[in-house]
Design a protein around this ligand. Sequence first.
Ligand code: PBG
Length: 353
Amino acid sequence: MRSSCDRLTPGSCSLPYNRAMSFPVQRMRRLRRSEPLRALVRETSIEPGDLIYPLFVCPGEGVRTPVGSMPGVFNLSVDEAVREAEEAAALGIGGLLVFGLPAAKDAQGTGAWAEDGIVQQALRALKASPAAKKLVLIADVCLCEYTSHGHCGVIAQSGDGPDASFDVANDPTLELLARTAVSQARAGADVVAPSDMMDGRVAAIRKALDAAGCAETPILSYASKFASAFYGPFREAADSAPQFGDRRSYQMDGANLREAMREIALDLDEGADMILMKPAMPYLDVVRAARERVDAPLGAYQVSGEYSMLHAAFERGWLDPNRTMIESLVGIRRAGADFIVTYFAKDAARLLR
Ligand code: PBG
């Protein structure tokens, strides 16, 4: 083994053993000479089964509305979502993450837990399809797609008149999230994934699921979710942009790695079965730090803005699509993610098979 001084100041170590290990005895290029050799020594693997494909389900039939800022991503009616699921299953993709665009929104986001809500309809249809046997159906638990104000919880006002201020009320939101998770589990979700960032939601959801007879439904918690500009295109896809203010009073400050570790520890303590980190590429150090501390399964979400910016470069011919896409995904795996939520799932799976 090399001593660290060998690396820092080459040639300064007196041990002949260290000298023997350097050039010309040691030639790193020997193992890069052919693809079979490179494949043999490759440290990080990625398979279609490691990928989760997000779907945006909307009302109607035969609907496939392109999302302008995300080439290749659509708002899909339930029937189209089922077709998409069949394609994903045939490609060996690991699972789907289902988001909903309800027909109507209100202050509480009642569409999130409605018996005939859009995600509930989609889950029932997906569960009934042959594709479901091969896919993990994950439901995103949040209120922002369902609230008229676009925030991830209910709004509380403090003060009056010009002094009035508005914020998302933590504790009253918990019950609504728990109801949402239960209704999704009943509709066929294999996993529920809270992305709202309220304190205590994992415990509230676990308790509600257990009380509803869904003790076997795992929770994938977006434990480490930063208030990120990279969610911009998603808010077009899911029609979930906040109508006032922003999400910085509940999502994390992008400068904080240690805070992310505390969020993860709390969520695991509350009963999260798996952890999701997002965004991915600007936060790979956080993914790595989490991997080193946490033995629970860990996923990372390559979010909408990461996808859109790469596509923008592909369209200009500035980056090679296939190579860049795979490199971006391998980077996330190398940082320590077991699985990756990505809008590239189908394209990547086609290359990886
Ligand atoms: C819902 C949610 C968001 C994303 C996943 N779940 C949006 C947000 O927090 O504003 C973003 C995913 C993406 O950008 O691809 N709260």
